[in-house]
Design a protein around this ligand. Structure first.
Ligand code: GRG
Length: 292
């Protein structure tokens, strides 16, 4: 995993050169270059490798997924959204560059990501490129991140169009699982995976995404700033609809580990050390924190 993370860091730095007007490029690069886990781009590259595709072909798409993820973090931290002063252990984008530049940096990443896929990809057919861009726009747009985020924001205001449990599933699928699914789906497109593999790996990515958001909800209650790199305990203060607020901490832990077990059941036959390591990150941190 470390090798893939280093490759992604290097390529992300290469793809965005500071140009005129400097502020916007610096704001884009700021949050992007802070230490994140790079789970989504790693999952994209590992899907391609596991399916015997060429990972070099997937690097621009993997980096684009991280750009989209970072865009969502920058906008999520804004005062009009989750209002968080810290991200990845450092001041949030708007704290450093101001709100207007942070909004624009997010917009710039959102649009530069597909531009990067189109300009930097080699050895992909037009059909593959169209499929990748289609998946990207679905994940970013109203049927993905934007839909998930507005449902999340409305839940804080106790505005529910559906019952709480359906709303929570909708939020987790659209706000979080969506980018893990995008990573694996694009990997499948690049590796020309057969339909049954695409379905199986999509199910894996969905389950992992749900487990990851439950893990994030749990950590917001019991973790530390040092571990998560952001303000802890905000969900409770904002009276947010989370897995722990709806079902309690013990049930959340149980559900998270159950989903991770189901992920193992799907992925173990592929013999991927990287996916094992990713599942282990959630499992081990959860066990370590909840057993002390
Ligand atoms: C796409 C236009 C457009 C808007 C985005 C703001 C927004 C709409 C969505 C918010 C999505 C969001 C922030 C979901 C939280 C998902 C989550 C658990 C993030 C933390 O991921 P990690 O732990 O972070 O992988 P690092 O920093 O390690 O990459």
């Amino acid at each position: 995993m470390e090798t893939l993370v280093k490759l992604i860091d290097k390529k992300l730095d290469e793809y965005i050169n500071v140009n005129y007007p400097k502020t916007i490029f610096e704001a884009m690069k700021y949050t992007l270059s802070l230490k994140g886990k790079r789970l989504r781009p790693v999952m994209c590259l590992e899907t391609v490798r596991m399916l015997e595709g060429d990972i070099n072909t997937a690097i621009p798409s993997a980096c684009a997924i991280e750009m989209l993820h970072v865009q969502s973090l920058i906008h999520d931290d804004l005062p009009c959204m989750d209002n968080d002063d810290f991200r990845r252990g450092k001041p949030s984008n708007h704290k450093v560059f101001g709100e207007a530049a942070a909004v624009l940096a997010g917009d710039a990443l959102l649009t530069y990501a597909p531009q990067t896929i189109i300009e930097q990809s080699v050895n992909l057919s037009s059909e593959q490129l169209i499929k990748i861009i289609h998946e990207y726009t679905k994940a970013a747009g109203v049927y993905g991140l934007i839909g998930g985020q507005i449902a999340d924001i409305e839940s804080e205001k106790h505005h529910f169009e559906r019952d709480k449990s359906d709303t929570l599933s909708y939020i987790h699928i659209h706000k979080t699982a969506v980018l893990f699914r995008l990573a694996v789906k694009i990997g499948c497109v690049i590796a020309n995976a057969p339909d049954e593999t695409v379905l199986e790996l999509d199910d894996f990515a969905l389950k992992f995404g749900l487990a990851f958001q439950i893990y994030d909800d749990i950590m917001d209650e019991i973790s530390t700033f040092e571990e998560m790199g952001k303000t802890i305990g905000k969900d409770k203060v904002a009276d947010k609809l989370t897995y722990t607020s709806l079902y309690g901490l013990d049930n959340a832990k149980k559900k998270c580990l159950e989903l991770i077990r189901e992920c193992h059941d799907i992925i173990d036959k592929y013999g991927s050390k990287v996916f094992e390591e990713i599942l282990g990150i959630v499992e081990n941190k959860l066990e370590a924190r909840t057993n002390c």
